[in-house]
Design a protein around this ligand. Structure first.
Ligand code: PBG
Length: 337
């Protein structure tokens, strides 16, 4: 008691933490439903809704179910959904030709979603991996993903999506030069308002494994070739390189840029936002979701706390928005206060 008499520092950091109103008053960042983008998985058929085995609480829905599936998200104020098609192996081929069809599942779902929810932003995934037998993001020539031949296909995929009502095309393929080429193609088609969200700093990550389950891509376990997206996705060792990627994509006309994965790459997110001040997004990927859910299922983590903390950390690190499978669950909590 007497140790500090008269000598205690007058600044007490704990004063501002004492009451909930005070903590709210001094909070430096806020999370709102408009920060959230919800990735959803599409599957063929009608009346389909199945849970993704490795992602509890995440579903694949058929196009006819999509509008109803997102209705709650819309009413909660979620800004946009990102569409990903599940393609079973028997409907895939070496070159991923399904990606180029103007009436593929993404385009059909986009038309239905736009009609039902005109105010909801639609983001379409531009890459071939959800249609290729080998699961690579482009076409293989001599054992390598061929850059230009892949980009030629991405252009067609992007234009088709935009025509179907996708507002934002999001190339997730990591080919060189694709942003500028896609921009030019969209403009040439008069699609000047279609935005491009570039997966600019996308790492060759082990945290995508449950996503590959969700979209029907071969996994590392059954097709070891997939361990190698390292010839086009970034090395987790690098951050300066991420800044070069972002600089190039912005120069080529990207309207928004993304860092992916999320939590293990907060330093990259922070640097990208600081350096460029461009609309910056982060993808809390499937493996991050599944890790948290697995710990929750074992009773090792509290679902709501772990979810909200992870999302707030993205805001603190500089994200303008977050792609997260937690979007609806988080928006519900935000609404409940
Ligand atoms: C591929 C793509 C991937 C994801 C989004 N687009 C997987 C990959 O690059 O292998 C991963 C998303 C997630 O894990 O949630 N174009």
């Amino acid at each position: 008691m007497t140790h500090f008499a008269g000598a205690f520092p007058s600044t007490r950091m704990r004063r501002n933490r004492r009451d909930a109103w005070n903590r709210a008053l001094v909070a430096e960042n806020a999370l709102t439903p408009s920060d959230l983008i919800w990735p959803i998985f599409l599957t063929e058929g009608t009346g389909q809704k199945d849970e993704v085995h490795s992602m509890p609480g995440v579903f694949r829905v058929s196009p006819d179910m999509a509008a109803e599936h997102v209705a709650e998200a819309v009413s909660l104020g979620i800004t946009a959904v990102a569409l990903f098609p599940y393609t079973p192996m028997e409907h895939r081929d070496e070159d991923g030709t399904g990606a180029l069809e103007a009436d593929n599942i993404t385009c059909r779902a986009a038309r239905l979603l736009k009609a039902a929810h005109p105010g909801l932003g639609l983001i379409g995934d531009v890459a071939l991996d959800t249609y290729t037998t080998h699961g690579h993001d482009g076409v293989l020539r001599d054992g390598q993903v061929h850059n230009e031949e892949t980009v030629e296909r991405l252009i067609i995929q992007a234009v088709n999506m935009a025509r179907a009502g996708v507002d934002v095309v999001a190339p997730s393929d990591m080919m060189d030069g694709r942003i500028g080429t896609i921009r030019a193609a969209l403009d040439a088609e008069g699609l000047i308002h279609t935005r491009i969200m570039s997966y600019a700093a996308k790492y060759a990550s082990g945290f995508y494994a449950p996503f590959r389950d969700a979209v029907g891509s071969p996994t590392n376990a059954n097709r070891p070739v997939l361990s190698d997206k390292k010839t086009y996705q970034m090395d987790p060792a690098n951050t300066d390189e991420a800044l070069r990627e972002v600089a190039l994509d912005l120069a080529e006309g990207a309207d928004m840029v993304m860092v992916k994965p999320g939590l293990p790459y907060l330093d990259v997110l922070h640097r990208v936002r600081r350096e460029f001040g461009a609309p910056t997004f982060v993808y809390q990927v499937s493996g991050e979701y599944s890790m948290l859910m697995a710990a929750v299922e074992r009773g090792w983590l509290d679902h709501d706390r772990a979810m909200m903390e992870s999302l707030m950390c993205f805001k603190r690190a500089g994200a303008n928005g977050i792609l997260t499978y937690f979007a609806v669950k988080a928006a519900r909590l935000l609404k409940a206060g």
